[in-house]
Write a protein that binds this ligand. Structure first.
Ligand SMILES: [Fe+2]
Ligand SMILES: [Fe+2]
Length: 293
């Protein structure tokens, strides 16, 4: 059964649902220098559930806007074209992969917690170290493990064994995935993003967050920030990242790469840094409602 699944991997990739048309339009608009706030607002307004998501995120803890945002145009004006587009891209990706109501899934709540924590920690590191683009890094963190959702959706019974081995044998998830399935979530995540024609930095974050040095030169600093945030989220018990013990941050590939770019990282108390992130808890709760709801 397991070998069969490995053989079927290509068909799994082919079976991945298309990304909603509105996301394709948004990604094109993001690349278009002539696209402005009105263009983006018009594209989003065509999709009512997406408009709702934009308003929920715009009114969430992180932005702390003085007044309630009640229209998409207002949200675009307050948060900017790129931020709004990335919100839509992330929500659209997870919605395209949403399981049917009665389908068995892994613990999605833990998964969101881990993903949002990784995004929030990555964004804070990006600001602290002045590395990469804030929005790309936040949404890259939010989407870095998207391959796990795909593997679970298409082979829930097999993926249950992967998760069991991860916990019982205390091995990293990608090792258990390779052992049982023959492929791992990072590779699958990269393939999905390529299939959906997402910005290449997002695709590199998904594909290389467990093998940072293999990423492209251009994306490597952003990949390293997300990879370190991933470790921090796991160590701080923001669920569903595989085994938690035994990681020495300074020995990770991500940390070494970042220390080469921003040596001041060595003087930061990373655990205190994460504990001091004021909006982390609220953001996790709010994004979970948006992504699940
Ligand atoms: Fe991962
Ligand atoms: Fe992760």
């Amino acid at each position: 059964m397991i070998t069969d699944f490995a053989k079927k991997l290509e068909s799994v990739i082919n079976f991945i649902p298309p990304i909603p048309a509105v996301i394709i339009e948004l990604l094109k608009a993001l690349d278009d220098e002539n696209a402005n706030m009105n263009t983006i607002g018009r594209i989003i307004a065509k999709d009512p559930p997406m408009s709702m998501n934009v308003l929920k995120v715009a009114n969430s803890a992180f932005y702390r806007l003085a007044n309630t945002v009640s229209t998409v145009d207002h949200a675009v004006k307050m948060l900017g074209v790129k931020e709004i587009s990335m919100i839509c891209v992330s929500c659209g990706a997870y919605q395209a992969l949403r399981p049917p109501r009665d389908a068995g899934t892994f613990d999605l709540k833990e998964f969101w917690k881990h993903s949002v924590a990784t995004g929030v920690i990555a964004r804070a590191l990006c600001q602290e170290l002045s590395i990469g683009d804030r929005q790309t890094i936040y949404f890259g963190g939010l989407l870095h493990d998207v391959g796990k959702v795909v593997l679970d959706r298409f082979a829930h019974e097999v993926y249950k064994i992967v998760i069991q081995i991860t916990h019982e044998e205390c091995v990293p998830m990608i090792e258990a995935e390779k052992k049982i399935i023959g492929e791992s979530h990072d590779m699958i995540g990269g393939l999905i993003m390529e299939k959906w024609k997402f910005p290449f930095t997002l695709a590199d974050i998904a594909r290389f967050h467990h093998n940072v040095s293999a990423s492209s030169d251009e994306a490597r600093p952003s990949v390293a920030v997300c990879a370190l945030a991933d470790e921090l989220a796991r160590i701080q018990f923001f669920g569903f990242g595989g085994n938690k013990g035994g990681v020495i941050l300074e020995d990770t590939e991500a940390f070494r790469i970042l220390a080469g770019i921003a040596p001041e990282i060595s003087s930061i108390d990373m655990f205190k840094f994460v504990q001091d992130l004021e909006t982390l808890g609220e953001e996790i709760a709010e994004m979970e409602k948006i992504l699940v709801g």
